[in-house]
Design a protein around this ligand. Structure first.
Ligand SMILES: Cc1ncc(COP(=O)(O)O)c(C=O)c1O
Length: 486
């Protein structure tokens, strides 16, 4: 416990934190690039329900929030049009096809992706996009799948496709305390690429556990060594610019609700057309073929994105994707990025300045203690004056009571958690492959005896509508654990 090192310096203005106005004044002085006035206007116009209903929403990495105008615009479109299934050819179908294709091309515009280079495939969510890559990537014996430790489970799951087809998979470690890629180790792993084989490297542009942003420079470096690159951008794109005219990953995956809240149920795979050509779909479905025959026992897949969209796409919601992206573009993702960066910096510094009266730090942070190459996802645990852990479930229950929405657990990111909490392969060896399944409760109980601090944590994440008052409320909440016994 006492290996925890809370050394980050406090910002200069630390005057009267208890009082919101005085804390806000200090914050504005310390972070002049934080555009509070325009955020106040945005929040009042588009997200007033947060304050009206007394919510402190700090789970943007779980799901973004929608602006009221997004709903109004989408509802007006639906109310004033008649839209049919785009697979037909009638007037209502053609109207829908025009809107859906407009949305598709706007997604490319938003990410500055050339339509000659990239295709957009609409999926149900980021996981759906990842599964498309996993099931269609031509893994075979001798092929390689390398992925970083801190991937989401939907990226981890691709290893099962690799395994089933005889390809090898290897994890590239991230190093605590910052949980960044071990550059030397990754460099070595890249030599696993089979010349002429199929080699896939997957990593998150931003970890949904630690907030770490891995360098996008890896894309080109890895490709140069014979790898296809799958960039999971789900946690990155809500508050960062992903410019696909500057970076050229083979596959990019994301969920739109994480960026602008509404609609849920739509994500996409943005794939280089050359990489799509390499994929083999394991089946065909309505919408993906030009011809299929029962008696002829054959089928022809359509070209490009159409071969990957199974059945009827979520067509009524696609115009809402364009509305959402335009809303974010109207604010400017760089503006959102800077606001979130300032709030994250303030939050981390103040969390790390919390001590019990006996001098023991209250908070342990997993991930970088500054905002260099990190996003607004902050994972922590709370400890008592004896260095004993407050169970994250208890912290969440107390947050719930004061209407603070945060997330606890391991966030579908077991590898980052294992590295953060110091769990080794040996610690986990006896959990799987048993005759009887291990229950989650048993897993937590057994692991709790093996970790150096905790199994899981408390995650606070910020986004487009987060204001200083939200973050201040969280610090005040964290302070209530001071001098308490776990
Ligand atoms: C980094 C990352 N990748 C993938 C996903 C999966 O997203 P979805 O559940 O929308 O499929 C998430 C969700 O939290 C995520 O944070």
């Amino acid at each position: 416990m006492h290996s925890r090192d809370n050394t980050a310096a406090l910002p200069p203005s630390h005057d009267n934190l208890a009082d919101l106005d005085s804390a806000l004044a200090g914050f504005k002085r310390d972070y002049p690039s934080f555009d509070a006035d325009s955020l106040d206007r945005l929040r009042a116009a588009e997200y007033s329900r947060l304050d009206r209903l007394g919510h402190v929403y700090l789970d943007y990495t779980g799901g973004g929030l929608y602006a009221e105008s997004q709903l109004n615009e989408h509802m007006a479109m639906l109310k004033n049009g008649v839209f049919g299934n785009p697979h037909s050819g009638n007037p209502t179908s053609q109207a829908m096809t025009r809107l859906a294709e407009h949305a598709r091309s706007y997604v490319l515009d938003y990410f500055h992706a050339s339509p000659e280079e990239y295709a957009v495939i609409f999926t149900q969510n980021a996981s759906g996009a990842l599964k498309l890559v996993g099931e269609s990537y031509p893994f075979g014996p001798g092929d390689q799948y390398v992925l970083t430790f801190d991937n989401h489970n939907s990226v981890n799951g691709i290893r099962e496709f690799a395994r089933a087809r005889g390809a090898a998979f290897t994890y590239a470690p991230v190093l605590p305390p910052e949980l960044r890629i071990d550059d030397d180790k990754l460099h070595d792993l890249l030599s696993l690429a089979q010349p002429g084989g199929h080699n896939l490297f997957a990593y998150p542009a931003q970890s949904n556990f630690s907030g770490v942003q891995h360098s996008l420079e890896w894309i080109e470096r890895v490709q140069a060594r014979g790898w296809d690159v799958l960039l999971d951008a789900a946690a990155f794109v809500p508050t960062n610019r992903l410019d696909l005219s500057r970076w050229h990953p083979d596959f990019v995956t994301l969920s739109f609700y994480k960026v602008f809240g509404y609609p849920t149920g739509v994500g996409c795979l943005i794939a280089r057309r050359s990489a799509l050509d390499k994929l083999h779909r394991p089946w065909f479905a309505g919408g993906t073929i030009t011809i299929a025959s029962v008696q002829g026992n054959g089928y022809y897949l359509r070209e490009g994105e159409a071969a990957f969209e199974d059945g009827t796409i979520n067509y009524l919601n696609l115009p809402a994707v364009e509305i959402g992206l335009k809303f974010i573009a109207g604010i400017g993702v760089e503006t959102i990025h800077e606001r979130v960066r300032c709030l994250t910096d303030w939050l981390i510094k103040h969390l790390l300045s919390l001590y019990h009266s006996n001098g023991v730090p209250l908070i342990h942070l997993y991930g970088p203690a500054n905002t260099m190459m990190r996003g607004g996802t902050v994972t922590i645990n709370f400890f008592d004056p004896d260095g004993k852990l407050f169970d994250y479930r208890e912290v969440e229950a107390e947050a719930n009571q004061v209407n603070i929405s945060l997330r606890t657990g391991c966030f579908c990111n077991p590898g980052a958690g294992e590295k953060a909490h110091g769990l080794t392969e040996a610690d986990l060896a006896d959990c799987f492959g048993r005759e009887e399944r291990m229950t989650f409760e048993e897993f937590i109980r057994v692991m709790s005896g093996r970790v150096k601090d905790a199994v899981g944590g408390v995650r606070v994440s910020m986004g487009v509508a987060t204001n200083f008052a939200d973050v201040h409320r969280f610090i005040r909440f964290a302070e209530t654990f001071r001098d308490r016994t776990a």
